[in-house]
Structure formats: C-alpha cells, structure tokens
Design a protein around this ligand. Structure first.
Ligand code: COI
Length: 349
C-alpha cells in the first residue's frame, strides 16, 4: 500500500525528559476516513488539529474505540512492535460490538509501520521507555440522530511514554459501582468504558486510593480488572488471574504474562478469584502480591488493597522475589530486543 506522507519535524532530544504519560505527541499522525462504505487511502501528516462541528456523532452517542500499543528501540537501534496482530484483532472485535466498520489489516499494519518509520527518532532507547501508539476510531458523521454513524475516522497518533504511574498504586475494591455487565461492552476497548470508570475512581481517590479494582456487577464478589489494567493475585506461590469474559478486557499484556509465567515454571491459575479469598489469604499471611498489568502501565505492584473499610497493606517484595517484578523484566527485555523471543512476539519495523 502506498501511503501519502506530508512531513514536518519538531523533534528535539529533550522530548524524552517528559514525566507525564500521553502529553508529548510525535511529529506525525495517520488518518483514514470511512465514507460511502469504504476507507480512504491513509495519509500521514503532521500531528495537529482536525475540523469538526459540535454535531459530530461520537460526541453524542459515543461510538469510539481505541487500542494501546508501544514501539521499543533496542540497543542496536532496531525498533520493535509487540504482538500488533492481537491489537488489530481486538480493535475489530470492539468495532463489531459498537457497530462500526472493520479496519483492514493493510491500513492498520502498513500504517503503523510507515508512521513509526517516519518518527523513528521519537522512539526512546532508554530501558523501559517507549513510544506509545494509539490507534483510535470514532464516528464523525455530522448528525445527532441516535443511530450508527455512516462516517468514521481511523487515526494513529503516537506519544512518548515514560512510566504511566510514577509509583506503586493502592487500589479500592468496587462494592457499589460496576464497570461492565454481561451483554454489554466490557470486553471492548470502548471509550465509554473509561468514561464510566472516572467517577468511581474519583471517589476512590477521595478515600486515599489511586484506582478501583472492578468486581462482577451482579454480586461484587469476584475480582475482574482494575482501571487501566488486568489484575493478578499471588497467594503463596500461586499466581491467579480472572478468565476473560464478556465483561473483562482481553489484555495483550495479560496473555503475555500468563505465558511468560508458565515458561518461568510459575504455577498460574486462570480462574475466578473472590475478594474474600484474597482477604482471607491476607489475614493468614499468604497474600504475597497483587499487581496490575497493561500496555501503558506494564506492571504495577500494588502497595495496598482497600476492601470495605479495611486497607490490606502489601509488602514491597524485592526484585528477585516478586513475580510481578520478575515477569516485568522478562517482558521488557523481550520487548526491547534484549532477550530471545521464543514466542515470536516481536515485529521488527
Ligand atoms: C493501555 O494500557 O494501553 C491502555 O489502553 C489503557 C489506557 C487507558 C492508558
């Protein structure tokens, strides 16, 4: 596919000094417009503003989905993507559920490669840093009729990615609000899933927590996922994570952590885990760690879990003992081209 490119450079090395995630955008963005049943040839142009009216459909009815990915630069200067096929797969699942058009593989993959190639110097080579890639699709028809839009924009923008959270988090277990329900859009990476989580997260912050661990909407007894992360609970030497479902996002980092843990000989169980099981394990000194994983956050070992009126404090295990920290290093080493890639997850760009 030939992608038209309009180039412009604003790059200076100090862009890598930023400490806030998602605010320093690289030089270019990719755009493709859907109209009359087909996608336009993508174009790459300088990152910047677009022209919309307040009648833009997404602003009223929320047909908006996205993906989170990263490009890494290894010691040799090679740039890698991590399992991009999984993001395309999930984007198209989200699109189907939100009654939006499918993104052709060619636009997604060739677009990503061309964009990264052009903004190669924006990919930091510092260990653990990366260029965050944000493919996004939203409804652009100028219409406030409540129905699926006939027009969409698919865009890929990129932003320098330091640590998403600058500290280990404390998380509050949800006992009133829910992120998703069966038959809903919880498994999709839909913008509205995040919008609905902000108010409960705000309340959790007022109680001294950073994020919410979502539980099942029917009983609030099973641990599902956290704000921007899938959740792993370690009881003694067993690592447990909830199975994906209609309500839980099928995280690429989650899948990868399960496989990395198995390869390390760690006993991993993909099964439902109750808040009470975690609580009892904490009481008995068996709750070794609870951590969240995701593309943006990578791995965050929690320092405390709030459960009803209790705050379960967690020990900060050393690098050599914490499953979260051990697996994080394995993952980042693989992503950055430092270690072998026995799974075939890396794609050189
Ligand atoms: C990611 O981890 O890439 C995500 O999409 C979560 C996002 C809300 C930062």
């Amino acid at each position: 596919m030939v992608i038209e490119k309009i180039k412009e450079s604003r790059f200076t090395p100090d862009v890598f000094d930023i400490t806030t995630f998602g605010t320093a955008f690289a030089d270019h963005m990719l755009l493709s417009w859907y109209k009359d049943g087909k996608w336009s040839e993508p174009i790459i142009k300088p990152y910047g503003k677009l022209d919309f009216t307040p009648a833009i459909s997404v602003g009223h009815y929320g047909q908006g989905i996205f993906e989170g990915m990263k490009a890494y630069k290894g010691e040799t200067g090679d740039v890698y993507l991590f399992r991009p096929d999984k993001n395309l797969e999930r984007l198209n699942k989200s699109a189907e559920r939100l009654d939006m058009p499918q993104i052709p593989e060619e636009i997604f993959m060739d677009g990503l490669k061309a964009l990264i190639d052009l903004d190669r110097q924006w990919v930091p080579s510092t260990y653990g840093m990366s260029l965050y890639l944000r493919p996004v699709m939203f409804a652009t028809e100028e219409a406030i009729t409540a129905r699926s839009s006939n027009e969409y924009l698919f865009a890929i923008l990129t932003a320098v990615a330091p640590n998403y959270y600058n500290k280990p988090l404390s998380v509050k277990v949800a006992d009133r609000y829910s992120r998703a329900a069966n038959g809903g859009v919880g498994f999709a990476k839909a913008a509205g899933n995040y919008a609905g989580s902000f108010y409960p997260t705000h309340l959790a912050r007022e109680e001294g927590y950073d994020q919410v661990i979502w539980t099942d909407d029917a009983t609030h007894t099973f641990i599902e996922e956290a704000g921007t992360m899938n959740v792993f609970v370690r009881i003694n030497d067993k690592l447990i994570t909830a199975p994906t479902s209609e309500r839980i996002l099928d995280g690429v980092t989650r899948r990868s952590m399960i496989e990395l843990a198995k390869a390390e000989g760690i006993d991993v169980e993909v099964r439902k885990v109750t808040v009470e099981e975690m609580h009892t394990a904490h009481k008995n000194g068996q709750l070794k760690e609870v951590f969240g994983v995701g593309t943006a956050v990578v791995v965050n070992n929690y320092v405390a879990v709030g459960y009803a009126s209790e705050r379960l404090e967690l020990e900060d295990l050393p690098e050599t003992e914490s499953y979260g920290k051990i697996l994080k290093k394995k993952l980042v080493d693989l992503q950055m081209g430092i270690s072998e890639d026995p799974f075939g997850w890396r794609l050189k760009v």
